[in-house]
Design a protein around this ligand. Sequence first.
Ligand code: MRU
Length: 329
Amino acid sequence: MRRTIDWADGAIVVIDQTALPGEYRLLELRTVGELVDAVKRLAVRGAPALGGAGALGVALSAQLNSDVRKDAELIAHARPTAVNLAWGVERALGKLGQGKDAVLAEALAVLDEDERLNKTASKHAAEIVLAECPRRPLRLLSHCNAGRLATVGWGSALGVVSHLHERGLVGEVLVDETRPLLQGARLTAWELAQEGVPYRVQPDGAAAAAMARGMVDCVLVGADRIAANGDVANKIGTYGLAIAARYHGIPFVVVAPSSTVDSKLADGTGIAIEERDARELTGYAGVPITPPDAQVFNPAFDVTPFELVTAVVTEHGRYYPGREAGQAG
Ligand code: MRU
């Protein structure tokens, strides 16, 4: 399977996530403006994939002999919540003094690393899930899309499902549809179908009821930014899931590469939460669904306090607040 985001013939090539699952098509992004637009439209999305987009965007700017520092600002601010975007930009910018080929080489290294680190993080998390959840086969609950489409080539939270499925241990994944842009119904369901993992899509509002009925052994989610104290920003609805999981005594596991840890932020209150266009809520598939003058509250993310999280897992194993992200648990 090809990478979600890659470099080919002087362009950034992404799988267009606005078209899935109806159509599998690639976008060739040949200017920084096209990349920024693709990030804003969520044609490329998911925190780790945005890290790759940030790094490749800087590389593209360098290859075009543009004003790289100005472009880097534009790319880093295309979306505010996932720290990986600015992190990827900084990684590539760090090589600018060594010339454009060094910048490109660094961006490609970011892509390789992302795939490797998510594989390792999700393997650690799979062991934690097996230790926390005695029932077999496992019934897992997923929110948004934290699969390979949200990364470069191996999912974080959904990567755990892949590891467990390879071992024949997954009974079912309940897939939150993830309003309003349906990353769960469109993307996670598509990925699970491709892998042959049994799944059912449910409305976000059914998650707590599924837990109450004893249908969930573990909740698995990714992250867009993890503060030093372990607070987790992730797709809107994650906080509510964590509260429901705690109420029902269900493990709640967060999986992310360490590039998602923002050790400069003491806690989650400092995380910028993206507010998205009202039209994502006032209409559906181009058809108006609210009164024309309806006001909306449309935050794309929320913050889950660390005390509600069973484990935050990176490629280094469990993340413990107060220790460096790179220190093993
Ligand atoms: O708005 P999106 O689709 O970019 O939001 C993505 C998420 O919230 C994911 O759960 C998160 O980035 C982790 S992806 C491994």
